[in-house]
Design a protein around this ligand. Structure first.
Ligand SMILES: [Zn+2]
Length: 178
């Protein structure tokens, strides 16, 4: 077992979003960017004693489970295997409460991603969601006051979807051809 002080939520948030967004669709084909993720780098730092293949498989499994849960395609019980054997222990000081995450080091990254998802579910309900572009496999965390963000990125999907709508409305016009 390895005991780890839970890092500030923002650190885990970043790890989670980065992992969720590591299967982008590039020129119509899905690409796997797992090797470039913070989660993979962290796993390699934590779990040197384990086979890389096993680590890769675990991260791919937690990623697809989280993607399915965030999309609402699967219940949160899909995430249970990644929290097996994980324990959160409070340490109370004069300044407040710190939580220590206890688990096998090779499971640590997956547990952190799941805990980050759960914290967002509680503290920012509905803010973590899939990009509204159906051809896009990315996710976004809406931090805006109005909570009206629809695209993973205005540059990538926002402009593309607007252009598509524009073309569609032009084509609908009876006199568009002439
Ligand atoms: Zn997108």
């Amino acid at each position: 077992m390895t005991t780890v002080t839970v890092t500030p939520a923002t650190g885990n948030e970043h790890l989670l979003l980065d992992l969720l967004n590591s299967t982008p669709v590039v020129r119509g084909a899905e690409r796997d960017d797992l090797d470039d993720t913070i989660a993979w780098q962290q796993w390699r730092a934590d779990g040197e004693d384990t086979e890389e293949t096993a680590g890769r498989e675990m991260l791919m499994a937690v990623r697809s489970a989280l993607q399915a849960v965030v999309r609402g395609e699967q219940p949160a019980t899909r995430l249970e295997p990644f929290l097996r054997g994980v324990r959160l222990t409070p340490a109370v000081t004069a300044a407040g409460v710190t939580w220590h995450l206890d688990c096998l080091s090779r499971r640590l990254v997956a547990a952190r991603a799941v805990l980050a998802w759960d914290l967002l579910r509680q503290t920012r309900p509905g803010r973590l969601r899939a990009c509204a572009n159906p051809a896009c496999r990315r996710f976004l965390l809406d931090r805006s006051k109005a909570n009206t963000r629809r695209w993973c990125s205005m540059q990538i999907c926002g402009n593309r979807m607007k252009a598509r709508r524009h073309h569609a409305s032009q084509a609908d016009r009876p006199d568009s051809s002439g």
